[in-house]
Write a protein of this length. Structure first.
Length: 317
């Protein structure tokens, strides 16, 4: 059995920064996570900009983050800008340490992960571990035996059956519909009023399982009829502007935004070529320590020295 690991790099960096640590501590944190896991190929998925596809479907995708940041004190805004600058430089840093990074402009980390999972989920040769805290990545675990999720602070594995049990879904499609119903505050995806209220109850489970075969549009019509919900809890003018005057049209856009497998099928040729080149560019050798030191001096205002675990994981330091 060959082991593959896909790490949500931005979430790991954010987790570190929220605890008052310098972003360069991520080199040690990644090594610490990998140290206790079986040896295998590691792919570091980066978020470089917002999703082109999701923003084309839903103009206000993650829009609340920008407006919230504008209201923050100037010092906090500057710290956020510096975080983004430092984060972007981590691609070069991890490459120097011999790691494979996948960073594609306009494609988010969960979509990169879903692309990688598509290649491995049914080949019978790989055990895939997704390292993240983001529940959007649950999509990739559902319905598979060889993909699992690893929540790194708690060091807990999450499997297909566990997600099905906690969320009341049987497959990826049902999970996408669930996400479209309950929304996602972090992505500014509004929930559907009465539909969200039945989440977890018998009515919701009956609905979600009854719509296994019909098309998405038929499923939406069925759910609307079942709950008698005819409006969205969102800005009405926005949906009128985009011609989404019915709940069905809005619901369809919610599903598209909620599902990472939707986004990875809408990549441009340039994005696809970048993905293949970076995916196949597996690194194995560490750079010279002097070269890595030069990188840290150039890009990072301060630097957390590499731990002993990091030196073992990354090689010759």
């Amino acid at each position: 059995m060959k082991y593959k690991y896909v790490l949500d790099t931005k979430l790991a960096a954010y987790y570190i920064s929220q605890r008052g640590q310098n972003i360069s501590s991520i080199f040690n944190k990644v090594a610490e996570i990998l140290y206790d896991l079986p040896k295998g190929d590691v792919y570091l998925a980066f978020d470089i900009g917002h999703s082109d596809f999701r923003e084309s479907v839903y103009e206000e995708y993650k829009g609340q983050r920008r407006s919230q940041m504008d209201k923050c004190p100037l010092e906090e805004q500057e710290a956020h800008k510096q975080f983004n600058i430092d984060y972007a430089s981590l691609v070069e840093g991890f490459n120097l340490l011999g790691m494979c990074t996948v960073a594609i402009d306009g494609v988010e980390a969960d979509d990169i992960a879903s692309l990688l999972c598509k290649q491995w989920e049914n080949d019978g040769e790989h055990k895939v571990t997704l390292i993240t805290l983001d529940q959007d990545w649950y999509h990739m675990v559902i319905g598979t035996d060889n993909i699992r999720l690893y929540e790194f602070p708690a060091k807990e594995f999450i499997y297909d059956k566990g997600i099905q049990k906690t969320h009341g879904v049987k497959n990826r499609r049902e999970f996408s519909i669930l996400k479209a119903i309950v929304g996602d505050a972090s992505d500014n995806l509004k929930f559907l009023n009465n539909l969200a209220k039945v989440k977890g109850g018998k009515l919701f489970n009956d609905m979600i399982h009854d719509i296994h075969e019909p098309t998405n549009e038929e499923a939406i019509e069925y759910i609307i009829e079942k709950t008698k919900d005819n409006h969205l809890y969102t800005v009405h003018d926005f949906h009128v502007k985009h011609g989404r005057t019915t709940i069905k049209e809005a619901f369809m856009s919610n599903i598209a935004v909620a599902d990472p497998f939707q986004d990875c099928t809408h990549m441009t040729t340039v994005q696809e070529e970048a993905f293949v080149a970076q995916r196949d560019g597996i690194k194995t050798e560490c750079c010279d320590p002097v070269e890595f030191s030069a990188y840290t001096l150039k890009h990072l205002k301060s630097f957390a020295p590499l731990s002993e675990k990091a030196k073992k994981i990354y090689g010759s330091f």
